[in-house]
Ligand binder design. Structure first.
Ligand code: ADP
Ligand code: ZN
Length: 644
């Protein structure tokens, strides 16, 4: 996958340039500062100096910083051949008449002074003085030190932020988007064929493909091209793959990045990256922008606003919304975002004209897992009698990515054993290995758990099938989905007024899961929390809101103005509170017993259904009809059926 990646063109500014500039700067200061100790003077030792001194050839001596002496010769000495080398011409062709002509280290200052005094006593004529010269180089360095430190720090952070280490620094692209571009000509070869299962999701994105391929067909009729779609599903379920396949099918460029790529410690960076990303995408339009983990920027605003970091995130999110709103109908840039938590996203993201389509990408069921195996087994040399049905059955709860992993791992295991092909045992070993990893992440369901879930869901299905007013079932699955371990889909009738029997039937169906666990295992699990929550709310509103309970009577404690948040002070007396509590629990208990009675009566069929569910993981209305026969009563409302 990585070999197709193509980093987008960002102005690469080599850091070495800056280093070179700094070195040059210091070099120049060195030369400026260094002139004082004259490079043109020749180095001698102290005995030569003594010789020159005693010969009377010296005009003056200057001792600098108590350790270096600069010697200037007099006119006569300069003409003597002895000092020819000291009197050489400098690089400008001028004779160095003014000196200093020699330098030497004086060693011990006192001894040196004594020597000079002795010479004076002998009557030799020369001048001497002491000078303190600041080291200009050091001065320069010290003078610029704060600036140097600042520049250094700046570099440090910039490098760290732009991911550092990886070759040339990208400090000048901090506000640029970090999107990877998959170009249509060379890179994207992913098509729907590479995406196994996910039929429903594929069907829904097919429309986007059509739009991108042939936008005028839609715009001619006044239709608006969709701007965004949100893929919702657990990690590894193929969201990225699906988005890439859309780009591949439509043959358009694909910009891929993660929500966290926008987040940076500097204010305004995220927003400017969003701007840059959209600018590039528009230049290449029609194109697709894929934002993985959109929750990194798309979390609901205004919540837990404790740190300043949130403001920056909000700015980024606002910029994203602005960009999406700013699309003309002819821009042809479609944003596909992925998340596994649609519930935490800001509602503004979901508004019409933004990510108004939500496409669920669920974990695969047995049949889909088999298809995914078939996709990933293609490049692998497998033994002839490998049974993919068997493999699919061995991998409940696995995502597409987990299965891809299993195939790869199995090939590695077989290779380690120097086999010619990969066989069943290699796959089982690979599954074990992957399960180990998944167990740590708490993603694996044990056999008993799976059985409990199957009976629970079968209980819901059975009760709702048997009750006249409960919503009819469309689909039941025991494949984990988001936070829940299993799920049942019903087709609720659309109704404005709900009758008491309808509420009661629905409550009974909602308790059917828990009741099935009780009937089958005489044991109930914690897995029914959301059922209980729903039922309790319904019962409470029957009693306190809709006046459907004869003990409380025809009154409501509901305040439509919404101004009375009663909080701790209830609008009723303690006696009434007791009655309310009792009535709520009565209603729920009655429905629970009703569900239990019903399930006991149909226990054999419940078991048949649960076993079928265990085997297939997903069942549809037809399966219920097969087991239970048509619903035992006429359904008055026409129900549009949708099978996905
Ligand atoms: P997500 O974006 O949902 O986290 P990815 O799309 O990155 O998951 O999936 C990771 C890998 O798992 C893919 O590259 C592919 O190899 C494999 N994969 C996942 N789902 C499927 C699928 N439905 N069909 C084939 N391969 C899949
Ligand atoms: Zn339930």
């Amino acid at each position: 996958m990585s070999k197709n990646k193509n980093t987008m063109k960002t102005p690469k500014f080599n850091t070495y340039w800056i280093y070179a500039m700094i070195v040059l700067f210091f070099a120049s200061t060195y030369f400026i500062g260094g002139n004082e100790t004259s490079n043109s003077s020749k180095k001698i030792n102290i005995s030569s100096f003594e010789r020159f001194l005693n010969k009377g050839e010296i005009k003056s001596v200057t001792v600098i910083n108590k350790n270096i002496a600069q010697v200037t010769l007099n006119r006569d000495a300069l003409n003597s051949p002895d000092h020819k080398s000291a009197n050489s011409t400098n690089f400008l062709g001028q004779k160095n008449l003014n000196g200093p002509h020699y330098v030497f280290e004086i060693g011990n200052l006192e001894l040196f002074q004594n020597k000079l005094e002795e010479a004076e006593k002998k009557g030799i004529q020369f001048g001497y003085d002491f000078k303190t010269v600041e080291n200009k180089l050091l001065d320069y360095v010290l003078g610029f030190l704060p600036l140097i430190i600042l520049i250094g720090l700046w570099f440090f952070f910039m490098r760290r932020m732009s991911g550092g280490g990886g070759g040339g620094s990208q400090i000048f692209s901090i506000g640029k988007s970090k999107a990877k571009l998959f170009d249509e000509k060379s890179d994207i070869k992913t098509t729907f064929k590479d995406v196994a299962g996910l039929e429903g999701a594929k069907e829904e994105v097919q429309e986007i493909v059509d739009f991108l391929k042939n936008p005028t067909k839609y715009t001619k009729l006044g239709g608006k091209i969709p701007k965004g779609a949100l893929l919702v599903g657990l990690p590894g379920t193929g969201k990225t793959l699906l988005a890439k396949a859309v780009a591949g099918e439509a043959k358009v460029p694909f910009f891929s990045l993660s929500g966290s790529d926008f987040v940076e410690m500097f204010v305004g960076v995220g927003a400017s990256r969003v701007r840059d990303l959209f600018k590039q995408a528009k230049e290449k339009s029609p194109s697709i922008i894929f934002i993985d983990e959109i929750d990194a920027i798309g979390r609901a605003r205004g919540k837990s606003n404790m740190t300043g970091g949130n403001d920056e995130r909000e700015n980024t999110l606002n910029q994203l919304l602005t960009e999406m709103d700013g699309f003309g109908t002819n821009t042809n840039v479609i944003v596909i975002a992925a998340t596994n938590r649609a519930d935490v996203l800001d509602k503004a993201l979901m508004r019409a004209g933004r990510f108004d389509r939500q496409i669920y990408v669920d974990l695969p069921d047995v049949r889909e897992r088999k298809e995914i195996f078939n996709v990933h087994l293609k490049p692998i040399k497998i033994s002839k009698n490998l049974d993919t049905d068997f493999l699919a059955k061995q991998t409940p709860g696995f995502s597409g990515a987990d299965i891809a992993n299993v195939c790869n791992e199995a090939a590695l295991i077989a290779a380690r054993k120097l086999k010619k092909s990969v066989n069943k045992q290699d796959f089982l070993d690979a599954v074990d290995r992957i399960v180990g990893g998944l167990e740590k992440k708490n993603k694996i369901i044990t056999e008993t758990e799976k059985k409990t879930i199957a009976f629970h869901e079968a209980g819901h299905a059975t009760v709702s099938w048997m009750l006249e007013h409960a919503a009819p079932l469309v689909k039941v699955t025991i494949v984990p989905r988001g936070q829940s371990l299993g799920a049942a889909w019903y087709l609720p009738e659309e109704r404005q007024i709900v009758k008491t029997e309808q509420i009661l039937d629905e409550m009974c169906a909602a308790l059917g899961g828990r009741a099935a666990e009780k009937v089958m295992f005489n044991n109930i699990s914690t897995g029914a929390l959301s059922d209980l929550e729903k039922v309790t709310k319904q019962a409470r509103s029957m009693v306190t809101v809709y006046g459907l309970n004869d003990k409380i009577g025809n009154l409501t404690y509901y305040d439509s103005s919404g101004q009375n948040d009663y909080g701790f002070t209830k609008p009723y007396s303690d006696v009434t509170a007791e009655i309310i509590d009792k009535e709520i629990s009565n209603i729920i208990e009655t429905q629970y017993q009703r569900a239990i009675k019903l399930l006991k009566k149909h226990k054999n069929k419940l078991i048949e259904l649960a076993n079928f569910l265990l085997e297939k993981e997903v069942i549809f209305k037809e399966d219920l009809v097969r087991i239970y026969g048509e619903r035992p009563f006429e359904i008055k409302t026409a129900i549009k059926e949708s099978k996905k």
